[in-house]
Unconditional design. Structure first.
Length: 338
């Protein structure tokens, strides 16, 4: 018997800590597995698995970023109830259940700095074991995709700060693979047309699946972080609509790529907090993608000074409260696809 219902759905089962052991079941249209806390896999029973795209949707890697969790849970409810037909293999991940239960970004350590093996440097953190578990589950799932089938991972977030561009995507370093214009066009259909093209490996969930499973993977920043029950989900209509079309196989033909419709940026360098002397010369109210005037001192750390050059640079993810050795922001610049 399926353990979820409209009265007690997968999100509530996760928040309640109901998972006890891996289990599998079926309904009329789906094979369903619950392999770990906050993780569900679904496969349509009447499709050839060898031809199916493999789609990983994750949210809650930061437990206080609740709107994407609510969006994915609403989609899942409709899939389980048969209201939304599933035409792919789907893994749905709520990343950090303990932090979700506490309304916290994390318990011991930022989980999105612990992937791609990063958990080995922070083994004492409670998030470390979870990151290692998700690494294995995600890659095992995506690597089951047959040649010619797509491997897709969309890791959904909301940001601590506001943003000049409310919704944006981070396209992780592709290890030399070309950036996929089709994926940028799909993002545009989800009302996301601002994209950071990352230039180096990172310890994020999306880079891990891109690097280890050759997935087309993205971190999506979709608005401001708010507690459960305080989200205006109409502001997430674009991504919800695009995901529903993707899962049901009803995505409309995409238009031709036109660079003029996109705001693309590349990472120029990270602001690293080397010591407790680090000072970020940006107010707490400064939004992501705020322009940095030429010559402005962005941050200082002892004798190290970070100074803006050229007038076209912008700041992303400024956060002086990170630990020593971690990134306190990214300086980015406009770019184009090659």
């Amino acid at each position: 018997m399926m353990p979820f219902s409209p009265a007690r759905d997968f999100l509530h089962a996760t928040l309640d800590g109901s998972f006890s052991a891996a289990r599998h079941w079926q309904n009329d249209t789906l094979d369903i597995a619950w392999p770990a806390d906050g993780v569900l896999t679904l496969q349509p029973r009447h499709h050839d698995a060898a031809t199916l795209d493999h789609v990983l949707l994750s949210a809650g890697v930061h437990g206080n970023e609740t709107a994407p969790i609510e969006v994915l849970n609403r989609i899942l409810d409709d899939v389980l109830a048969g209201r939304l037909p599933l035409h792919c293999r789907l893994m749905l991940v709520f990343g950090n259940p303990p932090a979700m239960r506490n309304g916290a970004r994390f318990i011991d350590y930022d989980m999105n700095r612990l992937f791609n093996g990063g958990h080995r440097q922070q083994a004492q953190a409670r998030e470390a074991g979870r990151a290692a578990q998700l690494e294995t589950l995600a890659v095992d799932f995506l690597q089951q995709a047959a040649p010619g089938s797509r491997r897709l991972h969309y890791d959904l977030h909301t940001a601590i700060r506001g943003s000049v561009f409310e919704k944006f995507a981070i396209y992780p370093f592709t290890d030399g693979r070309p950036h996929q214009r089709e994926q940028l066009l799909w993002l545009e259909s989800a009302e996301v047309s601002t994209v950071l093209l990352h230039s180096k490996p990172s310890p994020t969930f999306s880079y891990h699946t891109s690097h280890h499973a050759a997935a087309d993977a993205f971190t999506l920043e979709l608005g401001k972080a708010r507690p459960f029950g305080h989200n205006d989900l109409t502001r997430f209509a674009g991504i919800e609509r695009a995901l529903r079309r993707l899962l049901s196989g009803s995505t409309a033909p995409l238009p031709a790529y036109d660079a003029a419709r996109f705001a693309l940026f590349s990472a120029k360098y990270d602001l690293i907090k080397h010591s407790e002397q680090f000072v970020l010369h940006l107010a707490d109210s400064v939004e992501n993608f705020t322009a940095l005037p030429d010559g402005m001192t962005i941050a200082e750390d002892g004798e190290i000074r970070y100074v803006a050059e050229g007038g076209s640079e912008r700041i992303l993810f400024p956060n002086p409260k990170v630990g020593i050795g971690l990134r306190a922001g990214i300086v980015i610049q406009p770019c184009q696809l090659t």
